[in-house]
Design a protein around this ligand. Structure first.
Ligand code: ZN
Length: 209
């Protein structure tokens, strides 16, 4: 990294969630192999502590994503990153769900379109206020556009196709949970690693099932 390049961070406990979710998907040996490949062996057996200190660097998050693709191939890595994202939501909901109001009965009783709007705004706020990640939401009748304008997943990466699969998995699981078990089409259509100005994840507001 250039000396002048800015450094951005997630809070430690979000870094911890990513590694715990990876461990659930890849197994302990898989995570250790990926951390070695990512030149981050110090995290093996020493995940970031469970606190809100903003100290888990974006560069480490993207190195891990890159290493998953190196270890399992682009296609295999994509599937594993999606699964990791889904598992991250499960851990994250335990940590952050109450603070976001997502577990309140009043929220659960809202009609689906309102839940999607309120839920996506609360979720974007979690990143915008609690981390150095920046998310801008845009919505029309049919789609929600989740624009990650400063993205840890592809930080300083260059790829031929969008590569922030963990975010897509995370949003898929969030939608599944918010809607009480419905599946939504979620696709990353633009990515900073491919030269776009943001990593854009498009969510079809009409569920598949
Ligand atoms: Zn990205």
């Amino acid at each position: 990294m250039k000396a002048s390049a800015p450094t951005y961070f997630y809070p430690n406990r979000m870094g911890r969630i990513i590694l715990l979710a990876m461990e659930e998907v890849l197994g302990r040996h898989g995570v250790n192999a990926v951390l070695n490949l990512a030149s981050l062996p110090d995290y093996i057996g020493h995940y970031p502590p469970h606190n809100q200190d903003i100290r888990f660097p974006f560069g480490h998050i993207s190195q891990v994503q890159n290493a998953i693709e190196s270890a399992y191939g682009t296609r295999g890595g994509r599937g594993l990153a999606l699964q990791t994202g889904r598992a991250c939501f499960k851990y994250g909901l335990r940590e952050f769900g109450h603070g976001l109001g997502l577990t309140d009965l009043a929220f659960r009783l809202l009609p689906l379109p309102v839940k999607l709007k309120v839920g996506s705004e609360a979720f974007a706020g979690l990143f915008n206020h609690g981390t150095d990640q920046r998310v801008r939401l845009e919505a029309d009748e049919k789609f929600i556009h989740w624009h990650i304008q400063r993205c840890p997943l592809c930080w300083e990466r260059k790829t031929d196709s969008p590569c922030c699969h963990l975010a897509a998995g995370l949003l898929q699981e969030a939608l599944y949970w918010v809607s009480g078990g419905k599946c939504f089409l979620v696709e990353e259509t633009g990515c900073i690693a491919c030269g776009d100005s943001a990593c854009t994840i498009v969510i079809d507001q009409i569920p598949i099932n």
